[in-house]
Ligand binder design. Structure first.
Ligand code: NAP
Length: 251
């Protein structure tokens, strides 16, 4: 039987306890990777992801670290290498999103978003690259929103635009070391961040569905399948790109 596509690889997924991150962690484990499921608050959810992986015959651990707190990031990478001996794949996925129209934007809300969605991503890239060898892969979860103009999302969109640009620079900087860096940009995907739980109305969801060519919202598994491709050897010649995984939003 052929090896699984990620056999022998070690992957770290930030924000792997829920939503898109949980789906990516589960898919990577099914593809043979040993997976670190990072979380900040949802310990029970993270444990559920790991026990699902183990029940399916995979290998994973949870590691708590708030990637918005710089001091908590190096221990996350140390724990990864301690558990599994190395790091091959980083998925920068943990992010926050608050709907904020300009009158409600404050220094505090700007800092809160940038601390996790930009500074957290960049510091994770730094500590990952220090540990990766040739063949390493970083996937930064961006958003289709960075190429749209979505009222009420100016702060979040600014963070995702930063993710796009940092990815291009890091792809150029880390390419000579054999490390690939790409953005995977989901469109509207049903998770806690983007559902009734976050205050989204059915009318808003319907508007987003109408914007897509394929006429539905994404599911976390749609995003995980694309991440599995970007992490695999099939994507060995792809770096610095922005992969739209949105069902064709606003084509
Ligand atoms: P979600 O349902 O809100 O889940 C977010 C995950 O990130 C949770 O596991 C959460 O864990 C973790 N997290 C949040 N802050 C953290 C921190 N400071 N440190 C460590 N972990 C943290 O979000 P999602 O919809 O799955 O989004 C995942 C990614 O996709 C994000 O980058 C988001 O911007 C992007 N995205 C989502 C959509 C969408 O429509 N859903 C669209 C485009 C892009 P805890 O509960 O433990 O804190």
């Amino acid at each position: 039987m052929a090896d699984k596509p990620l056999a022998g690889k070690v992957a770290l997924v930030t924000g792997g306890s829920r939503g898109i991150g949980a789906a990516i962690a589960t898919r990577f484990a099914a593809d043979g990777a040993k997976v670190v499921v990072n979380y900040a608050r949802s310990a029970g959810e993270a444990e559920k992801v790991v026990s699902g992986i183990k029940q399916a015959g995979g290998d994973a651990i949870t590691v708590k670290a708030d990637v918005g707190q710089p001091a908590e990031i190096p221990p996350l990478f140390e724990a990864t290498v301690k558990a599994f001996g190395k790091l091959d794949i980083l998925v920068n996925n943990a992010a926050i999103m608050q709907r904020l129209f300009l009158p409600d934007v404050t220094a505090e809300t700007i800092d809160a978003h940038f601390n996790v969605n930009v500074r957290g991503y960049l510091l994770c890239c730094k500590y990952a690259a220090e540990r990766m060898t040739s063949g390493g892969c970083i996937i930064n979860i961006g958003s289709a929103i960075s190429r749209m103009a979505y009222p009420g999302a100016v702060v979040y969109t600014a963070t995702k635009g930063s993710v796009d640009l940092m990815t291009r620079v890091l792809a150029a900087e880390l390419g000579p070391k054999g490390i690939r860096v790409n953005v995977l940009a989901p469109g509207s995907t049903i998770t806690d961040m983007n559902s009734e739980k976050s205050g989204k109305t059915q009318e808003e969801a319907d508007q987003e569905i109408a914007m897509t060519a394929l006429r539905r919202q994404g599911l976390p598994v749609d995003i995980a399948d694309a991440a599995a491709f970007l992490a695999s050897n099939d994507a060995r010649w792809i770096t610095g790109t922005w992969l739209d995984v949105s069902g064709g939003i606003r084509l």
